[in-house]
Design a protein around this ligand. Structure first.
Ligand code: DAT
Ligand code: MG
Length: 153
């Protein structure tokens, strides 16, 4: 069932941070009407990144992917809202920026699949697992958005 308290894990990858795209990406989620629940700039350990991408461990690009994600700080975030997992993926665009439509983050801001600037959970199960992997319960901040009634009927 669709829930307005659905949560997703979004991470701005090291290339997005280095290229100064943090503000632009956060702006898109804020302006959409999603609520920021947690955020930190962190240089993730290789162990965490290997676990984060464990489903891809047999793919030929796995080691390169972990190396790239470990090459600098990432901005890890949790965003909340109605259908935020699926809508977040639509906002990101396709995995390969070449296939991503203009108007999406990857379609507008990057070129190559190995430098696609942003991660977003792809299911309820992966969102829960990724939020638990990257954040402690205390880091998920409880507050009420003053815009709530203007975003939801
Ligand atoms: P997504 O990030 O859209 O969820 P994914 O989970 O299939 O895509 O893959 C995780 C990341 O791995 C992706 O953002 C970029 C990298 N990747 C995927 N396919 C790749 C490929 N064919 N070559 C190089 N990197 C790839
Ligand atoms: Mg994925």
């Amino acid at each position: 069932m669709a829930s307005i308290s659905e949560r997703t894990f979004i991470a701005i990858k090291p290339d997005g941070v280095q290229r100064g795209l943090v503000g632009e990406i956060i702006r898109r989620f804020e302006q959409k009407g999603f609520k920021l629940v947690a955020m930190k700039l962190t240089h993730a350990s290789e162990d965490l990144l290997r676990e984060h991408y464990i489903d891809l461990k047999d793919r030929p690009f796995y080691d390169g992917l972990v190396h790239y994600m470990h090459s600098g700080p990432v901005v890890a975030m949790v965003w909340e809202g109605l259908n935020v997992i699926k809508t977040g993926r639509v906002m990101l665009g396709e995995t390969n920026p070449m296939d991503s439509k203009p108007g999406t983050i990857r379609g507008d801001l990057c070129v190559q699949v190995g430098r696609n600037i942003i991660h977003g959970s792809d299911s309820l199960e992966s969102a829960e697992a990724e939020i638990n992997l990257w954040f402690t319960p205390e880091e998920l901040v409880e507050y009420r958005s003053c815009a709530h009634e203007w975003i939801y009927e």
